[in-house]
Design a protein around this ligand. Sequence first.
Ligand code: LLP
Length: 426
Amino acid sequence: MTSQPIPLDLLPDSATIAIDGSLSLGGCSVSELAEQYGTPLFIYDEDHIRERCRQAVAAFGVDRVIYASKAFLCSALARLVSEEGLLLDVASGGELFVVLNSGVSASRCVLHGNNKSVDELEMAITAGVRHIVVDSFDEIGRLEVLRERGLPIPQLMIRVTPGVEAHTHEFIATGQDDSKFGFNLANGDAAKAIARIQKNGCGKLIGVHCHIGSSVFAVDSFAKAAAVMATFAEPYGLEELTLGGGLGVAYTEGEVAPTITEWGSVLLDACQALRVQAKVSVEPGRAIVASSAITVYRVGTVKEIPGVRTFVSVDGGMSDNPRPVLYGSGYEAFKVSDVVAARPMNARLVGKHCESGDILIFDGYFPADLEVGDLIATPVTGAYGHSMASNYNKVPRPAVVFVSGGTSRLVVRRETYEDLVRFDVG
Ligand code: LLP
């Protein structure tokens, strides 16, 4: 229960509040951006993303940070993170295509995926990705076939499930034995995979990889995984060790997440204590982009059902942010024209989709004078929002703008109704 204004530390770094209480990001008025580009609108603070990239590179080193592009990917973002010295993790042929199409070299890409097709593997090897993280014996079989067909020999890592519980939502925990990802360490599959690759020469094995899960706040879970992985990898004398992404961020009042710098020191201290000789890399997605963005919506309906609940409906919903529905994730909201307003009104923030589960905030707090036509924003929507957006109810996906130094640039245009029928052929 709160009637407090939105905690300002949930807003992107460049957020400023004018004397009239309205919000600017990157020197641009958010309500003017909403007028210019329409709503719903994802606004990313470009300098905020660069700062998180720089923190990560300062902690782990150039080319030791691999941005997990599934968190948010478009051409402008691919170029931005690459300029900042990050490599890119792509988990499908589509993600690889977007990165290559942006002009970033394949040599900066790492291919992931628990079910890569022959076509995806061929595309990645032909393009010349930095390495492929192998996930199954079936995939090794596919790599053997491609090798026999005369494709170049790719660099490989194997993904290992280290048996470490990540203390996060079960859908985004991946390090435990009961996982569709990677080779099980405890039952000997990981060792067998290494033996098979080293014997058959379908690739040059350069290291091992693990990713214990996403939205992890307990940095000691990462240190535990590092210890398991270092012990496993040590006898093989491999050059590289990737310890995954997964660092959590604060979404709501009172949540405190470790910084990228803190994550770096815990992980690297653990590796140093274990005398790890290999080069250590990480794969953050959320920690790079989540808090850099807000989503701006326009309120269309305020429905008060006395004694039951008030519903505030906006012009987006589960199609631009499915996280509350999928994981029960919490968010906060505030009024763009009055950021520091008290928020005494309890209401459910919902979207415009045809189902009751279309919820953005289950139990939110809003200014008492909130009314139809107001702009409201949810902060910390930069990761797994636009990237998991859908066209449910044939709602066009929102535009994305980057702001910096007083200017805005459209990096993903809003979909049109024509886009909705572009793939219909009959
Ligand atoms: N590396 C691998 C192999 C991954 O599978 C992932 C995320 C990452 C790195 C990056 O994790 P991050 O640093 O972003 O936590 N849709 C969910 C998150 C799914 C994460 C999938 N893999 C959500 O909205 O919370």
